[in-house]
Structures are given as C-alpha cells and as structure tokens.
Design a protein around this ligand. Structure first.
Ligand code: NDP
Length: 280
C-alpha cells in the first residue's frame, strides 16, 4: 500500500451489471488487508482495445475478460499460458509493465474444486456441452490426468471439434457422443459434468440424462452457480452420487486470478460467503 494509491484489477464484459465477481474480490482483498480494488467495467466489443490500453496506461495489475471478449482479447496479448493456448480463450490477463499474459482460470478453477472431492488422475469423465466452459473444463481435466473425456453435445460440429482437441493436444483420449434424446451414462464413468447453461436461474430445467445410469460413487458436477444446488445436482444426489456445485469453480478461479495478479493467497471462505450473499 502506498498512501492513497490503490492497485487496480477488474473485469471487462458486456453486460457486466449482473456479474457478482466484484463483490467476491473486494471482500477478499479487504479481508486480507491489502489496498487492491476490483472495478467491474461495461465494455462493448468495439471498445475492448481502448479498455486494454486504459488498463496498461493506468498500471492495472490485470483484469478478467468475460463474455464476449474471451477470444477477441487474444489480439492484445504478448504471451499465453500453455493451457490457455490449447483452449484458445482467455479469461484472466496479467499486466507486467505493459506486457500482457493471458491465462484461462475457468478450467483451473473447476479442477481445483473437483480435487476437493476426487483426484481426476486416471478417471473417465463425461462432459455435457461443448461451449466455452466445457472447453476449459475438458482441457484442464485432461491436463490434470483424466484418462478419457467424452463430450456429449447437441451440436455435432462443436462437440467433434472439442473431442478432437482433447485427443490431439492433451494426453487424454477424447470422444464425442451426439446428444439427441435421453443420454445414458455408460458403465465405468467416474465423473459427470454439466457444462451447459441448462438450469441457470430462473430456469429449473435439467439436462436430459437417464437418472438410472447415475450411480453411487460417481461424482456429478454442475458449472451452473446460480442456484448453487441445481435441480440436476439434487437428482444426482438422490441417486447416491457425490455432487459438486458450480460455486466452487467460481471461488477457485477467483483465488487463482488474485494469486496471479497480487501474488497473495486470499481467503476462499470469505469469497464463498460474499458470493452466496450476492446470489441471494
Ligand atoms: P456457451 O454458450 O459457450 O455454451 C453453452 C453450451 O450449452 C453449448 O454446448 C450448448 O450446446 C449447450 N446447451 C445450451 N442449452 C442447451 C439445451 N437446451 N440442450 C442441450 N445443450 C444446450 O456457454 P458457456 O460455456 O460460456 O457457459 C455455460 C454455463 O457455464 C453457463 O451457465 C455459465 O454461467 C457457466 N459458467 C460457470 C462458471 C463457474 O465458474 N461456475 C464459469 C464459466 C461459465 P450447443 O453447442 O448445441 O449450442
């Protein structure tokens, strides 16, 4: 801390108004007693370059990019972390004297959260969805040692592309299953992840998966963080599965972002409480 001059971090997205990350980060910075701020900025696509130059000009430590900037930001970076390069999208930028490095902490946050209930090493995983979240989760889980990743997606092109990415660029085996009708989880699957937007508040829809194929001992995770205990997780818990909420992924990526920007390990429980309060 230097007098009245705080270090700056933040987020560029549109629309930004419903993003609770600012509450999470500011609570954790304040709890750690460090003079760092997190500014939530509404940045339309045609202003991304101006926003990035502004952050460099003002000496920000770094920033998050959310929808719709996660791929467009690549044009402004000097370097990318290896996994972000494979995923092809960046949600966290670190600024060191105007040199910008891109990371993808979505998938890292998921894996850290997953590791609180199961070690992905050698596991067989099914990922429902093939969008940005699914891509980050599939690649990071594969790099963390998962044996196989099966992508189950409604749109064939997106799904086959992600399965091929897993096979070609990670040590895991990638496979694709076209999601048309009720999906039956094959025997032997250890981890099932809903990485679609199905079930996001106010929707109470659940992914079309055959409940009878969800078994005790399986880990079932949801990326949807609002509500934290989704109807899908409730269905899985009723079948005896171990469930993992999307809140853990959000908190763990926020922890990683803060570490990359400030070098500090912030308090996960403070972040989780702030997130739960803002979702309420
Ligand atoms: P995208 O739009 O990139 O991808 C959405 C995916 O969901 C696609 O695979 C899409 O299939 C699938 N999908 C959507 N609706 C349906 C449906 N009715 N039936 C079958 N498939 C469907 O979104 P993101 O990947 O960016 O985000 C997905 C979710 O992850 C969101 O809810 C988001 O909030 C959450 N998220 C959570 C994070 C966390 O930290 N907890 C971090 C990042 C995201 P198709 O390809 O066929 O269109």
């Amino acid at each position: 801390m230097t007098g009245f001059l705080a270090d700056l971090t933040g987020s560029f997205a549109t629309s930004a108004a419903q993003n609770p990350t600012v509450a999470v980060m500011e609570a954790a910075y304040s709890h750690a007693g460090i003079d760092v701020r997190y500014i939530n900025c509404e940045v339309p696509p045609e202003r991304l370059g101006d926003a990035v130059r502004g952050a460099i000009g003002m000496g920000w430590l770094g920033f998050n990019c959310s929808i719709p900037h996660k791929v467009a930001i690549l044009d402004y970076l000097d370097a990318m972390a290896p996994s972000a390069g494979i995923i092809g999208a960046v949600n966290c930028v670190i600024n060191r004297d105007g040199h910008l490095t891109g990371e993808n902490t979505d998938g890292q946050g998921f894996v850290r959260s997953l590791q609180t209930v199961v070690d992905p090493t050698g596991k067989d995983m099914v990922v429902l969805g093939a969008g940005g979240a699914a891509r980050a989760i599939a690649v990071e889980s594969a790099l963390a040692g998962a044996r196989s990743i099966t992508i189950v997606n409604r749109t064939v092109e997106r799904g086959t592309e992600l399965a091929a990415l897993v096979s070609d660029r990670t040590p895991a085996t990638g496979a694709f299953v076209h999601w048309s009708g009720t999906y039956a989880v094959p025997d032997g699957v250890d981890i099932l992840v809903n990485a679609t937007s199905i079930g996001f508040h106010p929707s109470t829809e659940t992914p079309d998966v055959d409940d009878a194929t969800i078994r005790p001992g399986m880990v079932v995770a949801d990326v949807v963080a609002n509500p934290p205990d989704t109807a899908f997780l409730q269905r899985a818990a009723a079948r005896g599965a171990t469930t993992l909420q999307g809140l853990g992924m959000l908190v763990n990526q926020a922890l990683t972002n803060a570490r990359l920007w400030t070098g500090r390990d912030l308090d996960a429980s403070v972040m989780r409480r702030a997130l739960e309060e803002s979702l309420r």
